[in-house]
Design a protein around this ligand. Structure first.
Ligand code: 3AM
Length: 175
């Protein structure tokens, strides 16, 4: 049976992707970690793991029933998790709508048989991977902001040592 590695996430507007990678190039030493490509910058809502096409259909149907208004993300925080080796951008204050959406998708995923980590939801945008050594973090003097009007189901593929992400389906957030 064929499976795909899937997750729900939020993409970033292209202009913000470009601004972030320009900031990242200036803010971090090249040895700090492996930068994610601009097009791969995303915020993960729920990780599903390897999923069959049949289960994907069921999970997509549930996601399509979610009714939630759009919300605004303020990207104004950054940090380093040395154990997984991730340098990330995040939000000092996660909007309620974001937390609700992630919780809904996580509980739907669990009910569909996708293992969900017991760790709390820490919304973040991974910037660098393989950052397992101490990283000099730049000042948090940045602030990107955008309205989240839809969320997506994405496929993660791994080739030549790199992950890349492709949108399978998107759903609007409607007031
Ligand atoms: O880049 P971020 O951190 O947003 O870390 C993986 C990535 O998230 C996460 O799913 C996203 C797409 O690959 N991920 C990978 N394996 C995971 C797992 N076993 C996982 N999240 C939770 N549990």
């Amino acid at each position: 049976m064929s499976t795909r590695r899937l997750f729900f996430g939020i993409g970033l507007p292209q202009t913000i992707q470009q601004e972030i990678i320009a900031w990242r190039a200036a803010a971090f030493d090249a040895a700090a970690g492996r930068p994610l490509a601009a097009a791969n910058l995303h915020l993960t809502l729920a990780f599903l793991g390897e999923v069959s096409d049949e289960k994907t259909t069921a999970i997509s149907r549930l996601a399509g029933r979610i009714r939630q208004p759009p919300f605004t993300l303020h990207i104004d925080d950054a940090g380093h998790w040395p154990r997984p080796g991730v340098v990330w951008l995040g939000l000092r204050q996660a909007p309620r709508g974001l937390v609700q959406l992630a919780e809904m998708l996580r509980s739907q995923a669990a009910r569909s048989g996708c293992y969900q980590s017991p760790h709390p939801f820490h919304p973040h945008i991974s910037l660098l991977r393989n950052a397992t050594r101490p990283v000099a973090m730049p000042p948090r003097d940045f602030h990107w902001q955008f309205d989240v009007t839809h969320f997506s189901l994405l496929q993660s593929t791994f080739a030549q040592g790199r992950s890349s992400y492709k949108v399978i389906e998107s759903w609007p957030l409607i007031a």
